[in-house]
Design a protein around this ligand. Structure first.
Ligand SMILES: [Zn+2]
Length: 311
C-alpha cells in the first residue's frame, strides 16, 4: 500500500533531520551573537560584532550615525506617516543622563547626525546638538524609559497601522511563529492609556509596564522597544510590528475557519528567545544599516573614526 501523504511527509522530515545531523559541520559552533568557524584559521574570519571605540567622543559619533540611519530606515518602512509622531532616542555616552532625539517635525528619511537634538533629563535642549524643538510627548515617554532602564541605550517608538489595531485588543503577542519567540515572556502591555503623553505620569506608567523587557505594547496607542544599541532597538521595533501583523492575520484566518492558532511550546520558545541577545539584535539590523548608507549617496558613512571592529 502506498504511504499516505502524511506518512511520506513525516518520513521525509525524519530522513531530512537525520541527514542534516549527519552532515552538520563539527567545526561550526554558536558564538555570542554570531556563527564563527573555529579551527586553525578562525582569526581570519570576520563576523559582525558591536564595535569598540577609541574614545567616548568616537562612541558618541557612532551612536548618532546609527541613530540617523535607524530613523532613515523607519522612514523607508513607512513609519514616518504620522507627521511629528514617532521618536528614536539614544543615551549619550558622555552625559549619561542626556539623550539624543530626532527634531520635531523633520522627516525621518533625511536625518543626519548633525540634525539630532541633545536633551537633558529635565527636558532642556542643550548646545552641542541641533538647537531645535522636540516632541513633548516623545520627551515624556523616552525620558521616563531612559531613567527607569539605565541598562538600555536606545528606545524606538512610532505608530504603525497594525500596532494601532492590535493594541486595542490589550493582549500580548502569542507564540505562533519562530520570530514571535524573540518576545516570549519578554514584553509588556500597558493597559492604562492616559491620553497623549504630556503628563510625566504617563511616561512613568509606560516605563513601569515595559519593566525589564525588550518592548511594550501600548494599549490604544502603538508599541515601543528598547535595546543596548539603537540598531537593536530599531530591529526589535520592526520585528515586533511584523509579529503583530502576523498575529492579526492568523487570528482573522483562524476565526474564519472556526479554529485557533497553534502555539509554540515553552521550552522551544524560551530557547529561541535566548538566542536574541544584545549582540544578535544588533547584528540583525546591519543589513538594513548597509541599505540605508548605500541609499544615502554619501551623506552617511559606513564607519566613524575610532570605531574598532571586534573579532
Ligand atoms: Zn506615541
Amino acid at each position: 500500500m502506498a504511504p499516505s501523504a502524511t506518512t511520506t511527509a513525516t518520513t521525509a522530515t525524519q530522513n531530512g533531520t537525520t541527514t542534516l545531523k549527519a552532515e552538520k559541520d563539527p567545526l561550526m559552533e554558536f558564538k555570542y551573537g554570531g556563527y564563527k568557524q573555529v579551527g586553525p584559521n578562525s582569526k581570519d574570519i570576520y563576523q559582525i560584532r558591536i564595535p569598540e571605540f577609541r574614545s567616548l567622543e568616537d562612541e558618541r559619533a557612532f551612536r548618532k550615525l546609527h541613530q540617523a540611519a535607524a530613523l532613515r530606515w523607519l522612514g523607508a518602512q513607512g513609519y514616518n506617516n504620522e507627521g511629528a509622531g514617532g521618536h528614536v532616542t539614544v543615551r549619550d555616552p558622555i552625559l549619561t543622563d542626556h539623550f539624543w532625539i530626532n527634531p520635531h517635525g523633520k522627516s525621518f528619511s533625511h536625518m543626519r547626525p548633525e540634525d539630532l537634538v541633545l536633551v537633558s533629563k529635565d527636558g532642556e535642549v542643550k548646545e552641542g546638538g541641533n538647537m531645535h524643538s522636540i516632541n513633548p510627548a516623545g520627551f515624556v515617554i523616552h525620558s521616563a524609559v531612559h531613567e527607569a532602564r539605565p541598562d538600555v541605550v536606545a528606545a524606538v517608538h512610532c505608530h504603525s497601522v497594525a500596532s494601532k489595531a492590535f493594541s486595542s485588543l490589550g493582549c500580548e503577542l502569542e507564540m505562533i511563529n519562530q520570530d514571535a519567540c524573540r518576545f516570549y515572556q519578554d514584553h509588556g502591555v500597558y493597559a492604562g492609556f492616559g491620553g497623549i503623553a504630556w503628563d510625566p505620569d504617563e511616561g512613568e506608567h509606560i516605563a513601569a509596564a515595559l519593566g525589564d523587557t525588550k518592548g511594550v505594547i501600548l494599549q490604544n496607542h502603538g508599541h515601543l522597544t528598547v535595546a543596548k544599541t539603537v540598531d537593536g532597538a530599531a530591529f526589535l521595533f520592526g520585528a515586533m510590528d511584523r509579529c503583530i501583523q502576523a498575529q492579526l492575520l492568523a487570528d482573522a484566518a483562524a476565526a474564519g475557519r472556526k479554529t485557533s492558532t497553534i502555539k509554540i511550546g515553552h521550552e522551544e520558545a524560551l530557547f529561541s528567545r535566548n538566542l536574541y541577545n544584545d549582540e544578535m539584535v544588533y547584528i540583525m539590523f546591519q543589513s538594513a544599516f548597509e541599505d540605508v548608507v548605500r541609499a544615502s549617496n554619501g551623506e552617511l558613512p559606513m564607519y566613524v573614526q575610532g570605531e574598532i571592529r571586534r573579532v
